[in-house]
Ligand binder design. Structure first.
Ligand code: PLP
Length: 341
């Protein structure tokens, strides 16, 4: 059997494990107050060209999304998202369980636009019953999206402009941000994101870390008393240095960018191989996730030798599936996959 179903199949990049072993017997303060977290924060601030940013390390994506959204919204507010967005589809209702409505906005290729946010906000403001309704209080996007697509700089600028005009924060989930930054068509940099988003995270779990997400708040005053909120959500790791060590390593010598680039090189080769074999793509994803439409009979046969991710039924006879490459994809495994396809 060969595995291409996701980008979190392996443990961690060996350099991270080496650093964890080297520092294992150090004694440090907990909850992110240690020198490794401080150094990781400095490196991330530099990479984002954002010297004043507040940076927090959390453990996983769903936890980070629910913590940020809970901290930003008042009890009667909700969050706007694409209908395919991670918080809408794949977090078992974590946002709703936290007491907040998720508003699905019209989207194209998994992306929402500044224009749709503006329309939604204006319709809400024009509604005479608005004080009896859930107020749209923030926007959630992910880069890459759930379909592996990317917001361009222009699209992000438009979203940012509309959010700022309506005085609502723009939150970017970057669980796979490295793979977005490394894509050859990408024109958005970390400093662009820090300039255009009010809060975002740099994903580690899917990009070389054992676990961890680095949450960046360019304006440190965006959420007063954020640490106790993280704590209350159970999202603060006592041995916080494990997160600091991982992000310090990822942001040393451009490791995060180099390993992301590798995943994209493997993904580009996978895409070409799928095209050569005549597979039909569900969507054009320039990042590390590739979505194809497969005949159900063929899928049963593939399932005997390949682990893939089920995405959705396409029609009665076809299914959309996903293959992922990652920082750890070995080229010989990719060749084996292509031979089996
Ligand atoms: C875009 C995005 N955000 C958040 C998450 C959630 O991560 P976790 O499963 O670690 O909670 C994922 C996981 O697949 C994701 O793809």
């Amino acid at each position: 059997m060969i595995h291409f179903e996701s980008d979190y199949l392996e443990g961690a990049h060996p350099k991270i494990l080496e650093r964890l072993v080297e520092t294992n017997m150090d004694k440090t303060e907990g909850y992110g107050e240690d020198p490794y977290c401080a150094s990781a924060r400095d490196k991330i601030r530099k990479a984002c060209d954002c010297p004043n940013a507040a940076i927090y390390f959390l453990v996983g994506g769903t936890q980070t999304n629910s913590t940020v959204i809970k901290a930003l919204l008042r009890s009667f507010e909700g969050v706007m998202d694409a209908p395919s967005g991670h918080i809408s589809c794949h977090e078992a209702g974590a946002i709703e369980a936290g007491g907040h409505k998720v508003f699905p906005l019209p989207s194209v290729d998994g992306k929402i636009s500044g224009e749709e946010v503006d329309k939604f906000m204006k319709a809400f403001l024009a509604d005479g019953n608005r004080d009896h309704m859930v107020r749209p209080g923030m926007v959630y996007i992910s880069q890459p999206t759930e379909y592996g697509t990317l917001y361009t700089k222009k699209e992000l600028e438009e979203l940012s402009k509309v959010c700022r005009a309506h005085k609502i924060p723009l939150f970017m989930d970057g669980a796979r941000l490295g793979y977005g930054l490394a894509a050859s068509c990408n024109d958005v940099t970390l400093p662009d994101i820090a300039r255009l988003c009010d809060i975002f995270y740099i994903g580690g779990t899917k990009v070389g870390a054992l676990f961890g997400e680095a949450l960046v708040m360019p304006d440190p005053d965006l959420i007063p008393d954020f640490f106790p909120m993280i704590k209350q959500m159970g999202a603060s790791l006592a041995k916080g240095r494990l997160l600091g060590i991982q992000f310090e390593t990822l942001f040393t010598d451009d490791l995060y960018f180099k390993i992301s680039k590798h995943a994209i090189e493997m993904a580009d080769k996978l895409e070409q191989g799928l095209k050569d074999k005549g597979y039909k793509f569900y969507i054009n994803s320039p990042t590390n996730q590739k979505f194809i439409i497969v005949d159900n009979g063929k899928l049963e046969e593939l399932g005997k030798s390949i682990f893939y991710e089920y995405v959705e039924a396409y029609d009665d006879g076809h299914t959309v599936i996903r293959f992922c490459t990652s920082w750890a994809t070995a080229e010989e495994d990719l060749d084996k996959l292509l031979a089996l396809l």
